[in-house]
Write a protein that binds this ligand. Structure first.
Ligand code: G1P
Length: 319
């Protein structure tokens, strides 16, 4: 029986320069996809996988994240007095009862490996999940994600697990890459021999890219202690994972849902469009707008699938 995965680390110290000027005075993790900040999706994914302790590794100018995951007592009381119960439960569900939140800082931008190492004392001697909030996942099975299944694989094997997507070779150098010894993923997973951070297409050991979700044994924290700066002069978690793969074994888990790279303007817009199209109120209205603009072919059943407009919401239809 392996120690259960109770803790999740979310590194949120990045500057978000790709989204300037939006991120001048606001953390990039607070940018919204439809009606929730990106970071809230990652926290919900962790909680859905059974995580009960959330550890944010933050930096300067990130207090909006702390405020978002704090109890806003005055706001809740005001909403209660006004009978706005739906809004009250929206706020109360941001961090459900029984979930604890910790914050620690990464003082210097020394890389993802360093960010995780900064949470060492809070993680302690137990396995943990690592979620990079820029990577948003969606899964048709309803739980929304693969993290839960990755935790199951860890529980069965006791080995670390990383989420992976197959990406076109010409894009592989943007990612950490799995060495699966030339094999492919069977039943969504395969043993990993090693990892390379951002290799050139010619040197990449496979087309399987690391995509922002990890389940790691605590051994990684000892390894990170002595990991030298790697790609880009930063301390790379991928390099420490390579050593884990050699020492303990490692599994890759294939993401068979959808993945959106919200660290990129195009990926962010696509995520907004995709998640908006999952919303029964927004989807038919957005569809109608796109049809009216000649952006998508007309679907005649669009109007009939429209839900009643909520009394609190103004019409958002633009023709
Ligand atoms: C990080 C990791 C990389 C991974 C990527 C996407 O890189 O270092 O291995 O493939 O996230 O999840 P970054 O995009 O922060 O440069």
């Amino acid at each position: 029986m392996h120690k259960p995965i109770r803790k999740a680390v979310l590194p949120v110290a990045g500057l978000g320069t790709r989204f300037l000027p939006a991120t001048k005075a606001m953390p990039k993790e607070m940018l919204t996809v439809v009606d929730k900040p990106i970071i809230q999706y990652a926290v919900e994914e962790a909680i859905a996988a059974g995580i009960t302790e959330i550890i944010f590794v933050t930096g300067r100018e990130k207090s909006a994240i702390e405020n978002h995951f704090d109890i806003s007592y005055e706001l809740i009381e005001t909403l209660k007095k006004r009978g706005k119960n739906e809004e009250v439960s929206l706020l109360q569900n941001i961090i459900p009862d029984g979930i604890r939140v910790y914050y620690t800082r990464q003082g210097e931008p020394k890389g993802l490996g360093h960010a995780v190492w900064c949470a060492k004392e809070i993680i302690g001697d137990e396995p943990f999940a690592l979620l990079l909030p820029d990577d948003m996942n969606w899964h048709k099975k309803g739980t929304g994600h693969c993290l839960k299944e990755m935790c199951n694989l860890y529980n069965e094997t006791g080995k670390s697990v990383v989420l992976s997507s197959s990406v076109p070779r010409q894009h592989i150098s943007k990612y950490g890459v799995l060495d699966v010894n030339g094999s492919s993923m069977v039943n969504n997973h395969a043993p990993v021999q090693g990892f390379v951070e951002k290799p050139s297409p010619e040197k990449a050991p496979s087309n399987y890219a690391i995509t922002g979700r990890y389940v790691l044994t605590p051994r990684i924290l000892d390894i990170l202690e002595n990991t030298e700066p790697g790609h880009g002069g930063e301390i790379q978690i991928t390099d420490a994972m390579h050593q884990i793969a050699k020492e303990e074994g490692f599994y890759g888990y294939l993401n068979d849902g959808k993945r959106f790279d919200c660290g990129d303007k195009v990926g962010f817009q696509i995520a907004n469009l995709f998640f908006a199209m999952q919303d029964p109120y927004i989807a038919p209205r957005l569809q109608m707008f796109l049809e009216n603009q000649g952006m998508v072919p007309v679907q005649s059943d669009c109007i009939s699938t429209m839900q009643e407009e909520p009394a609190t919401t103004k019409s958002t239809l633009i023709n």
